[in-house]
Design a protein around this ligand. Structure first.
Ligand SMILES: NC(=O)c1ccc[n+]([C@@H]2O[C@H](COP(=O)([O-])OP(=O)(O)OC[C@H]3O[C@@H](n4cnc5c(N)ncnc54)[C@H](O)[C@@H]3O)[C@@H](O)[C@H]2O)c1
Ligand SMILES: [Zn+2]
Ligand SMILES: [Zn+2]
Length: 379
């Protein structure tokens, strides 16, 4: 089968690789019809993780079940399914509590497994014609009858819609509150969409890319351009100097200043400054325990110059981590099915798998208009 293979920093190509197949009785085999490129892929694409060369990318996957193992009871051949990017076993202590992003058995010795992801187990990604889905009965979200018609909405349930929702959940958002979201990439835009659906009174989205900020504005959020002035000052001005009730980090450890220089503490310190005393901060942007490619000694060790004093003095809380996709995807699918959510509004490109390498280049450069790329291997 054809798949997008990682050859080294900023180098991917479409190659023939061995077909994905049923390896255990609890597996399903899915023919991929839509698979997205994610900001998480970019950390790996840029060579800023331990992702191995020769492996296949792709953790945002949707398709049709074409085979099931002898131990699969619920999922049937022909089902249209969306796969959470996390692989959970369903029976460990964390999966039982709904913390499927931290499964204890799918990636032994660590907590959390995913398709085509550094440090998250040996699983191949779905930027390919087929994907092996472990623990299929637990992991497959079988989609409603409008699966084909709303495919580009449902595929967002694999990661960024639940992740954006999770950011607002970690921040503790309740209706009527204000929230500031750092990052207008796909995840930040989905956090804004979620915050609006959840009844936030004011939603601010910070970035320096006008095209992405325009999408935030179209969704009903207030765009804060960090090019036009200090983001924190702008948010304080909009909130009578008090700061927002809630804040979300949707950028991650490669956050930049306006000149494009990385400082891993930038967004976290801005969040402390623009969130009110006693406010909550949700961090879904990825931070890593080691970052040998970083510029500063501190960042190389996965540490940052965090404004802990200000944070403590303001009595704020921070919650972090991978989104437990399964905790939300079923309900969010209903919002899509009944027309209350349309996450596909941020899609900028729908391309054949063969165009993947080109798409990686443009998305990685944050070229204007390249907000969210969907690859269509079956087209
Ligand atoms: N926790 C999870 O489960 C989970 C799931 C998916 C993605 N992620 C992570 O979320 C992050 C965002 O993903 P994405 O797909 O939206 O990526 P992206 O890289 O496309 O978007 C990041 C955006 O942040 C902006 N940005 C950079 N520095 C900034 C700053 N100082 N202030 C404000 N904005 C800044 C960039 O201009 C860009 O538009 C990544 O770290 C990704 O790995 C986490
Ligand atoms: Zn993703
Ligand atoms: Zn588990």
């Amino acid at each position: 089968m054809k798949a997008i293979v990682y050859n080294g920093p900023r180098d991917v190509s479409v190659q023939n690789v061995p077909d994905a197949k049923i390896e255990k009785p609890t597996d399903a085999l899915v023919r991929i019809t839509t698979t997205n490129i994610c900001g998480s892929d970019l950390h790996m694409y840029e060579g800023r993780t331990s992702f191995e060369t020769g492996r296949v990318f792709g953790h945002e996957n949707l398709g049709e079940v074409i085979a099931v193992g002898a131990g699969v009871e619920r999922v049937k051949v022909g089902d249209q399914v969306c796969l959470p990017f996390n692989i959970g076993c369903g029976f460990c202590e964390n999966c039982e509590k709904g913390l499927t992003g931290f499964c204890l058995t799918a990636n032994p010795g660590s907590a959390g497994a995913a398709y085509g992801f550094a440090e998250m187990g040996p699983y191949q990604g779905g930027q390919a014609e087929m994907l092996r889905v472990p623990f299929a009965d637990f992991n497959c979200l079988v989609l409603p009858e409008d699966a084909a018609e709303k495919e580009d909405d449902y595929v967002m349930l694999s990661d960024i819609f639940p992740t954006g929702w999770h950011a607002t959940e970690l921040a503790g958002l309740v209706p009527g509150e204000s929230i500031a979201i750092y990052g207008a990439g796909p995840v930040g835009l989905m956090a804004a969409h979620s915050a609006i659906i959840r009844g936030a009174a004011q939603v601010f989205v910070v970035d320096n890319h006008p095209d992405r900020l325009a999408l935030a504005r179209r969704m009903g959020a207030t765009a804060i351009s960090s090019v036009e002035g200090d983001a924190v000052d702008q948010i304080l001005n909009h909130t009578d100097g008090r700061g927002t009730d809630r804040g979300c980090e949707c950028v991650g450890y490669q956050c930049c200043d306006r000149h494009g220089h990385e400082h891993n503490h930038l967004t976290m310190n801005n969040l402390v400054a623009s969130t009110k005393a006693t406010g909550g901060i949700g961090v879904v942007g990825v931070f890593v325990p080691q970052d040998p490619g970083a510029q500063s000694e501190l960042a190389k060790e996965g540490k940052m110059a965090f404004d802990f004093g200000a944070f403590w003095f303001k009595g704020q809380t921070i919650r972090t981590g991978q989104a437990n996709v399964k905790a939300y995807n079923r309900q969010l699918a209903q919002l899509i099915h009944h027309g209350r959510a349309n996450p596909s509004q941020i899609v900028s490109h729908r391309l054949a798998l063969a165009k993947g390498p080109e798409a990686y280049q443009h998305f990685d450069a944050r070229d204007e208009g390249w907000t969210k790329v969907l690859l269509k291997p079956a087209a």
